[in-house]
Design a protein around this ligand. Structure first.
Ligand SMILES: Cc1ncc(COP(=O)(O)O)c(C=O)c1O
Length: 404
């Protein structure tokens, strides 16, 4: 008789966004005349930039001709894309990352879930609280997190690093020593960032205690302030302790196209074993590469036209972010984020819980956001709004909230 991976049975509740989806669908079915504005899930709404569409069309045409048809992609990615990334995302910022340390994938969600596979089950993970849920849930599925305590909503074998208003939503170094440290800056869900000097402290700490930092820079393109690092490899010593995850979803609107990459520097070793070779082995065995067409679209992100068009796209979303920040502040809310990230993190009013405020907003003004408690216990009493809507919807949503 077969047996299940019963780690899956330990997972509490359903994935946050399915719960939100069910609630919103039920409300919409009961109130078909209402216009619901969704500023909940972090999905983009602007169409793909013309330079990307052009590259997609070109690559599709190539696939239709025998001379230019491509079959399986190289499993670690096409050189044209790896070179473009190494040049534009790293070399231009003074980071020492070579093209063969870049592993192309179909997105950062998969990579952030899969990366834990190359580490022993008895590694202890440290995560921010609140946190992008995939880091914890993928470790639960692997059996690395111990037992769940429903009262505190925490796992016995996970080190939680509270990100609160008091510490500016930037975690302190943990008192217990972790083996794997998940950091995400600019942060989802809080929209907070840390300075290069602060990140350097993490790198120094990881090198001191022999930990690996898994650095999720999915929102790097939204950084507007000078002293905020775009990559962990801007810090000295990061090649010996850090893996970086990147995505094309938020900088180029590829949430439905699917493309991302992971950097594993060759200096990152456990004894004599390079993590680079383990991840290459894992990638080669379990993954057959992102589509050629999509990788050509990714290359166009780095073309002159692509860069200019995407700069405008990001400016569009950040204009929404400003509108939300200013509007909610005027309405008396305590808000943060929204300066180097497309997320606005607000304190729920009148001591409401995150889910109470979710229901209140949905029912009173038909606006959907994300309850902070869905990202961890320290998210309770907070609420996340995204700047990824259209400008018109964003303005309407904020004006509705202001009018409550
Ligand atoms: C922190 C973080 N990492 C990764 C992802 C997923 O990125 P991708 O679309 O490349 O899978 C998200 C998406 O919301 C995210 O917020």
């Amino acid at each position: 008789m077969f047996k299940l991976n019963d780690n899956y049975l330990k997972l509490p509740g359903s994935y946050l966004f399915s719960t939100i989806g069910k609630k919103v669908n039920a409300y919409a079915a009961a109130n078909p005349d209402r216009k619901i504005i969704r500023l909940g899930i972090g999905d983009v709404t602007q169409p793909l930039a013309p330079a990307i569409i052009q590259a997609l069309h070109g690559a599709v045409d190539e696939m239709g001709k025998a001379e230019t048809f491509r079959g399986y992609a190289p499993d670690l990615g096409y050189d044209f894309l790896r070179n473009a990334i190494a040049e534009n995302d790293y070399k231009s910022r003074g980071c020492d990352v070579s093209a063969d340390e870049i592993f192309i994938s179909d997105g950062a969600k998969c990579d952030s879930g899969n990366i834990q596979e190359i580490f022993s089950l008895d590694n202890k993970i440290a995560v921010c609280d609140p946190v992008y849920p995939v880091y914890v849930d993928s470790n639960v599925m692997a059996g690395r997190t111990g037992t769940y305590d429903s009262a505190s909503e925490t796992w016995s074998d996970v080190i939680y690093m509270p990100c609160t208003a008091e510490n500016g939503f930037a975690p302190k170094l943990p008192s217990q020593t972790p083996d794997l440290i998940y950091l995400c800056f600019p942060n989802n869900p809080t929209g907070a960032t840390i300075t290069k000097a602060q990140l350097q402290e993490w790198v120094d700490y990881a090198n001191k205690v022999g930990a690996v930092i898994i650095y999720d820079a999915a929102y790097e393109a939204y950084i507007s302030e000078e002293d905020v690092p775009h990559s962990i490899y801007e810090c000295e010593g990061a090649r010996g302790c850090a893996i970086e995850l990147r995505s094309f979803s938020k900088n180029a609107g590829f949430t439905g196209v699917r493309l991302g990459f992971t950097v594993v520097p060759k200096d990152l070793k456990c004894g004599e074993v390079a993590l680079h070779s383990l991840w290459a082995r894992r990638h080669g065995t379990k993954y057959n590469g992102a589509p050629y067409i999509v990788q050509r679209a990714g290359e166009a992100v780095y073309s002159e036209a692509g860069k200019a068009q995407l700069k405008d796209q990001i400016a569009y979303y950040m204009n929404n972010a400003r509108y939300i920040l200013n509007g909610l502040r005027e309405a008396g809310y305590t808000v943060s984020g929204g300066v180097n990230a497309p997320y606005i993190w607000l304190k729920t009013p009148d001591g409401m819980t995150s889910w109470e405020f979710f229901d209140y907003l949905l029912e009173r003004v038909n606006v959907v956001g994300t309850p902070g408690s869905g990202f961890g216990p320290n998210g309770e009493g907070y609420f996340r709004l995204t700047a990824f809507g259209s400008y018109e919807n964003t303005v309407e949503a904020v004006d509705r909230i202001k009018g409550m």
